[in-house]
Write a protein that binds this ligand. Sequence first.
Ligand code: HEC
Length: 415
Amino acid sequence: MVIAHIEEAKVSYILLEWTEFLVRWLHVIAGIAWIGSSFYFIALDLSLIKRKDIPKNAHGEAWQVHGGGFYQIVKYLVAPEKLPSQLTWFKWEAYGTWISGFLLLILVYYISADLYMIEIEKFDISNWEAISLSLIGIILGWVLYNFICKKTVNQNNTILSIFILLVFTLFSWLYFEVFSHRGAYMQIGSMLGTIMVANVLMIIIPGQKKVVKSLLENKTPDAIHGITAKQRSLHNNYLTLPVIFIMISNHYPSIYATDYSWIIISLIIIVGALIRHFFNIKHSGKKPPYLLWIPILIIILFSVYLSDKGKPNLTENNESSNLIIEQIPNELILASEEIIVSKCSMCHAKEPLWENMERSPKLVNLENISDLIKNIEGVYSQAVASYAMPPGNVTFLENSERKTLYDLYHLVNKL
Ligand code: HEC
């Protein structure tokens, strides 16, 4: 969606959209692989049983059936008597997710920082300043988190988690003061995601490597590696759902772009952790705490309420769009208005005529020229540079009409 900067739009627009999409594809797939294996190992760990006949030093055993075969898995807490020559490490799922995620951050947010990160009314900064602030936050978030964890590694994990939550609520508030809503939201997502990957890269894997090295040298490994790794995987386990929530919510403006979205982030961290907790207990074979769904539901409902409370106040008129309208030739205004009224506004209206539609989809109204100018970027990506709108071309939008919308887009971007 890097449209705004491109003068001769079409070709480079499509190329950029493809690049962005391919990176996003990779990001989602790497994320699925990472979170999938993480869910798998957590559930596996919780299902281990200590039978009498398992090998010496073994911690537990699980039997599983999948894909037409049976698996007998034995877990050693420290290590077996003799390490096999071949070991499968699980790390590229995490690294791949971070690398593609960071590329996506550059492609979508950093390249168009003026569109997606900066809000001049809050803080008038240049693109480079916004990018620097974002990078500083990503690094600082990890350094601070790592410091707190190292200081408290042997202490109560619940207090630590609450403390970390408070630190991140502060970060959210801070970034919502500095960046646009969308920029701030993704910033917090990136900071949390980075912590999860850094836990793997900087703590869990190096610790495990040291353990393997000691074992190969016939020394007893330092127990601290195991303790730290356990603490960090616990955090990753509980952060998984909230981070995914943040990453996909940037398609849902009423979640990320309200006055209270920074509080919603913290509430969702709690909700995600509670849901994970429910499944952790369920997978360990104990009776699942069904009552946990009551606070989960209450917090979600409260978040919905906050979204509504934090939405913009619609009493002011947009004068700048009137200024633009004065500079557009009358024929183009009439032609464009005719198109949206006949091809879009049965859905995109305050009171849509489309059956069972309560309000305009995605709150995009297209009833007159000022609506159209307000949404011109979206109209361009949905109906000019692609066939996404009208859905299934239900209203038979002609290519010549798309061209008229393109002319308008082009003109508005020049003004
Ligand atoms: C039959 C109903 C219908 C018609 C007609 C229609 N739209 Fe849409 N439009 C939708 C729906 C439904 C969505 C939400 C899609 C989604 O959830 O991703 C949408 C979303 C959009 C969005 C927002 C996309 C986003 O994700 O931000 C834009 C912009 C848009 N339409 C433009 C248009 C234009 C321009 C026309 C006319 C040329 C048009 N639409 C005609 C139903 C319609």
